[in-house]
Ligand binder design. Structure first.
Ligand code: AMP
Length: 195
């Protein structure tokens, strides 16, 4: 099943997803990490993406949709796939709904924290795109372009909020528990459909 991780930059969803995936044997797919690998490798895609990333802008939808589509084909859906950083636009969410195996998107976990907390966390991270100006721009882009996905997934009955203004361990416990619940419901549903 697919568990979408939604939320602003700096909220800690990447760290949380990596930890949970590691301990539970689940898969963590971060489009930000994939892009940074392309940049580091100096590939054509990396060169193209680098400009957008350095400014704090989104990489164009076609590039991102193609990138995720390729990977979705090779990932088994019987376990959990955390999609981290994708979708970030309604167009990406539409494309994902088409590409994902039918019924595989089971939950959208929304990591929420106030902007003031996010800014100080982002500034302390030391990534190339974490300068003050770029951080401010990324938060603006998030609110304008990505935040509408929260109500989009809520309307589909998939949204579950994770209070992320807490210590790492409490958030991790919640994340694992909420994901397992979605996984159980998903296998129950599959059982009913098959039997
Ligand atoms: P992240 O590590 O998720 O914060 O992503 C870092 C940067 O990669 C973002 O600021 C965007 O420039 C780019 N990026 C990652 N995922 C996407 C996406 N789904 N759509 C567009 N741009 C993305």
């Amino acid at each position: 099943m697919i568990a979408i991780l939604l939320g602003p930059p700096g909220v800690g969803k990447g760290t949380q997803a990596a930890l949970a995936a590691e301990s539970q044997g689940w898969t963590h797919l971060s489009t930000g990490n994939l892009l940074r690998e392309e940049v580091a490798a100096g590939s054509d895609l990396g060169k193209q993406a680098d400009e957008f990333m350095a400014r704090g802008d989104l990489v164009p939808d076609e590039v991102m949709v193609g990138m995720v589509e390729e990977r979705l084909k090779s990932i088994a859906m019987d376990k959990v796939l955390f999609l981290d950083g994708f979708p970030r636009t309604i167009a990406q969410a539409d494309a994902l709904a088409e590409q994902a195996p039918s019924g595989s998107i089971r939950v959208a976990l929304y990591f929420a924290a106030p902007d003031s907390v996010l800014c100080s966390r982002l500034m302390g991270r030391g990534r190339a795109d974490d300068t003050e100006e770029v951080v401010a721009h990324r938060l603006k882009v998030y609110h304008q372009t990505t935040a509408p996905l929260v109500s989009w997934y809520q309307e589909q009955g998939l949204l579950v909020e994770v209070d992320s203004d807490r210590d790492i361990d409490s958030i991790q416990t919640d994340l694992i528990q909420l994901t397992k619940k979605a996984l159980e419901e998903s296998s129950q549903l599959e059982g009913e459909l098959n039997g």
